[in-house]
Design a protein around this ligand. Structure first.
Ligand code: ATP
Ligand code: MG
Ligand code: ZN
Length: 327
């Protein structure tokens, strides 16, 4: 299972920020205590001096066992004195200790053996969920909420199969999975079902990228033609994620203004992902004939040969809902 480097960086950033906040909080506590109890400041100074002595011993190699033992005893005495003083002033004994949220990794995010700690993992999962819901706008689609009663007759039968296939695909997503082409008219639930797939696959720990075809092609264009470094960097990053994620969901294919540039970008996406055994779900309003008329034969051949089509039939659900609102 690969972690998305960008999301991991964000998660680590959040961990570092919390750590910083905790350090700042501890510093404020210290200032407050020193003001209220100057003797504690003196105890702290004595403790620091002791630590300096130990470092000195070590640096010069003059630390005899007795000397170290003596220092240890003195430091214990001072710590106990400090704790007593804190309590005498109404503070908890550990009020000035370093604030550690995760005892497993001391807030570094990594265990001693170098593996990622559960605390950082949790932040990573949060970033992942956040990103996905951001991309999918409204963002709460789930298979359980996919309603079949919007579809009737033949459309209903078709959509039962489509829903079952999409669900099985998402739940058993893995290296052996194929690619999907979600095909059908406007307002029939393609984006909705894409969202369900994205969320389920992502919850299974795979990296999922959702982009509309227009956004994806725009990133390719910016990467190629942008003149400023920032736009270029952002676009390159996006292109890289489009190429390397475990599952790419390319929504609304066919709504872009098709040019030779977008043709080659699309070919590039489809072909390189096939070669790398990475999975892609494409959704489109276009029929087979319209696809064939618009895209390069090399693209069509790959869609026909390597993608399983899930058909969407029925009446535009946006229109159905609108009607229901007026009734
Ligand atoms: N099966 C469903 N159950 C509940 N809500 C649905 C269902 N299908 C679609 N919707 C809702 O209907 C609206 C249109 O659906 P969606 O955006 O998925 O259509 P689409 O097929 O992607 O259309 P387009 O081709 O125009 O992009 C959305 O608000 C969506 O949440
Ligand atoms: Mg859509
Ligand atoms: Zn931890």
């Amino acid at each position: 299972m690969t972690l998305d480097g960008r999301l991991l960086a964000r998660a680590r950033e959040r961990l570092a920020q919390r750590k910083e906040e905790n350090t700042a909080l501890r510093d404020r506590r210290e200032a407050e205590v020193y003001a209220a109890a100057p003797e504690i400041r003196r105890t702290d100074a004595a403790l620091r001096a002791l630590l300096g002595e130990v470092l000195d011993f070590t640096a010069r190699g003059t630390g005899t066992a007795e000397a170290l033992e003596c220092v240890r005893e003195e430091s214990e005495r001072l710590c106990a004195e400090k704790a007593r003083a804190l309590q005498a002033h109404g503070y908890p004994a550990d009020y000035l200790d370093e604030i550690v949220m995760c005892p497993l990794c001391h807030d570094s995010g990594y265990r001693e053996d170098g593996t990622i700690c559960t605390c950082l993992r949790k932040l990573y999962e949060e970033e992942r969920a956040k990103e996905l819901s951001g991309l999918l706008r409204a963002g709460e689609e789930s298979f359980a909420d996919f309603r079949l009663d919007y579809y009737t007759g033949e459309a209903r039968e078709c959509m039962e199969l489509t829903l079952a296939a999409a669900r099985a695909y998402a739940e058993h997503f893995g290296p052996e999975s194929g690619n999907l082409l979600l095909q059908g008219g406007t307002g029939l639930g393609k984006t909705f079902l894409s969202g369900c797939i994205a969320r389920t696959v992502s919850a299974g720990g795979r990296s999922v990228v959702y982009e509309t075809a227009q956004e994806a092609f725009a990133a390719f264009e910016e990467q190629k033609f942008s003149r400023d470094a920032e736009t270029y960097a952002a676009a390159s990053e996006k292109v890289k994620r489009i190429a390397s994620c475990d599952l790419l969901i390319l929504d609304d294919l066919g709504t872009e203004l098709t040019t030779s540039f977008t043709q080659s970008a699309l070919y590039n996406i489809i072909n390189s992902r096939l070669t790398a055994h990475r999975k892609t779900v494409i959704s489109t309003n276009l029929t087979d004939e319209e696809l064939a008329a618009r895209y390069l034969p090399q693209i069509i051949s790959r869609l026909n040969g390597e993608y399983e089509t899930l058909l969407f039939l029925g009446e535009d659900i946006r229109a159905i809902r609108k009607q229901q609102r007026y009734n």
